[in-house]
Ligand binder design. Structure first.
Ligand SMILES: NC(=O)C1=CN([C@@H]2O[C@H](COP(=O)(O)OP(=O)(O)OC[C@H]3O[C@@H](n4cnc5c(N)ncnc54)[C@H](OP(=O)(O)O)[C@@H]3O)[C@@H](O)[C@H]2O)[C@H](O)CC1
Ligand SMILES: [K+]
Length: 491
């Protein structure tokens, strides 16, 4: 894959514009289709040398065209190949029609395909052009292929996966391997599309990287390239006050653990100082569990105002175990002027008072990061959550615009979005990261980055990445505590 495009995510609509720009610049589109099909045949031979037969399923568009090229190349190489098509080959147009005409193999109707032991399916039914739920014949074929446990190589996307949203349109193949072209699409990273793709190969079919990056929007895969230039503020040699002072707000005596996890994570992630802010009744329990994290009693908004006179306390985490209600709202609105991670109960407290929070975020001049999982997102942004036409990325972007906050929309495919529309999709989180206390740890890492002066978007994206790396390092038996121990240094 091209290094320059490694982190770029291209929507199917942008890819169409890129194809057009390539054609306008004089690049022959049939040459691109030939490269695409050849890459698929090469992957098939490399990955399944023991296949008894390659079965190429071709659709009515250019994805099918790639399939005819692959079938021709496999047959040229001496493999046993069978081609089945959805729709009449005579109805194909343009490059796909040309690829079919050049293919020496006979074409049978899709419904005639009976899976056999030793088959490997090349799925070229639909790619970027999937526009609605799959037709009935495709359903039946996918069912037969799954029942027969036939391995599938998908061309561009497993048919049925929507390249823009990662949603499954009715049903889809589950591929062992997917070969896509030039750059990844959102559907390769967003769930459930991601797990339907199997291993993902990005093949350079020869469109100049410049044409791709010029037409790609503000969407990236979450790697250090997205925020690394802001990570120098986190040099561990810096004086502790210059690495910021993070305040984490604890709940009452029966729910203190979550805030302590955030505080410990904040310290481990590089905040210079961390203070756990506790109500009187939880002081004893908090004190008995803290060493490097400091403790301060704050009962009410008056106490908080007094503490806030110290301008060195520059970032806060409010939410984990805090309790839902007026106190959370009052505290959060006071902290919006600095840098605030609003998590868990902190967000839920604003379910009926969203406008006030969003207005404060718009006008405070501070940095606000909110970290909802799916349920919390639906509570804070019910209209956006209910809009079935939007992808998870588009939902996070809409929520960020509405709330004037950076949104970390959590899940196996966490999306971080800024009010400007800039967004990253995370891809390094192991499934084991969905463990109790994991979200509290993430909030603490975001808080540490904010305390160290990172802009909100970069602070959040870098935290999600470090959290994912920590999960991988901590391994399958992880707990929130081992997760904290495994937070890696910034790259
Ligand atoms: N630069 C590149 O990346 C290249 C990609 N190539 C390949 O081209 C496809 C995209 O091709 P496209 O023709 O745009 O789209 P598809 O082949 O995926 O499908 C479009 C046709 O399918 C019909 N359609 C869509 N959804 C359904 C459905 N649910 N049921 C039935 N038919 C459907 C659609 O018909 P409409 O009625 O909606 O117009 C089209 O006929 C990309 O994925 C790559 O594989 C190039 O080969 C090389 C360059
Ligand atoms: K496909």
């Amino acid at each position: 894959m091209l290094d320059a495009l490694q982190n770029v995510l291209v929507t199917p609509a942008e890819m169409t514009a890129i194809d057009k720009a390539a054609a306008d610049s004089g690049i022959d589109s049939f040459t691109l289709m030939r490269s695409a099909g050849m890459a698929v045949s090469a992957a098939a031979l490399r990955l399944f040398p023991e296949a008894l037969r390659f079965v190429v399923l071709c659709g009515p568009g250019n994805n099918g065209g790639d399939g005819y090229v692959a079938a021709s190349a496999l047959a040229d190489g001496g493999a046993d190949v069978a081609v089945f098509a959805l729709g009449k080959p005579e109805a194909l147009k343009g490059d796909a029609a040309r690829a079919q005409r050049a293919c020496p193999l006979s074409v049978q109707p899709l419904i005639a395909y009976e899976p056999q032991v030793g088959d490997v399916v090349i799925d070229a039914l639909f790619g970027a052009g999937l526009a609605r739920d799959l037709p009935e014949e495709a359903y039946e074929t996918i069912e037969r292929v799954s029942e027969g446990r036939i391995p599938v190589i998908a061309v561009d996307l497993p048919s049925g996966v929507d390249g823009r949203t990662g949603e499954v349109r009715g049903t889809s193949f589950t591929a062992a391997h997917t070969v896509t072209f030039m750059a990844r699409k959102p559907g390769h990273l967003l769930m459930p599309g991601r797990v339907r793709c199997g291993a993902l190969e990005v093949f350079d079919i020869g469109i100049p990287a410049r044409l791709v990056s010029e037409r790609a929007g503000d969407l990236r895969i979450n790697t250090p390239a997205a925020w690394g230039s802001h990570a120098s503020a986190l040099d561990p040699a810096t004086h502790k006050y210059r690495r910021g002072h993070l305040g984490v707000l604890s709940g009452g005596s029966l729910s203190t653990g979550a805030a302590r996890l955030s505080a410990a994570a904040g310290l481990a992630a590089g905040a210079g100082l961390v203070t756990l802010v506790s109500p009187a009744e939880a002081l004893a329990v908090n004190a008995s569990h803290l060493t490097a994290v400091m403790l301060r009693e704050i009962r009410d908004t008056e106490d908080l105002a007094t503490w806030l006179k110290d301008k060195r306390v520059n970032a806060f985490v409010l939410g984990p175990g805090f309790g839902v209600g007026k106190k959370a709202r009052d505290f959060a609105l006071m902290l919006c002027d600095r840098a605030l991670v609003l998590d868990a109960d902190g967000m839920t407290s604003f379910e009926k008072a969203r406008a006030e929070l969003f207005e404060r975020a718009a006008n405070s001049g501070g940095r606000l990061v909110m970290t909802p999982h799916e349920g919390e997102f639906a509570r804070l942004f019910p209209e956006i959550a209910a809009d079935a036409a939007l992808s998870k990325i588009e939902k996070a972007q809409a929520a960020a615009r509405l709330s004037h906050a950076v949104i970390v929309y959590k899940g196996p495919d966490t999306v971080v979005a800024a009010p400007s529309g800039r967004a990253v999709v995370n891809a390094n989180a192991p499934p084991s990261l969905a463990t109790a206390g994991s979200g509290d740890v993430l909030a603490g890492i975001v808080g540490a980055h904010l305390a160290q002066g990172m802009p909100a978007f970069e602070a959040a994206a870098a935290a999600v990445w470090r959290h994912g790396e920590a999960g991988t390092r901590a391994g399958r038996g992880m707990t929130a505590e081992t997760l904290i121990e495994n937070i890696p240094p910034l790259p």
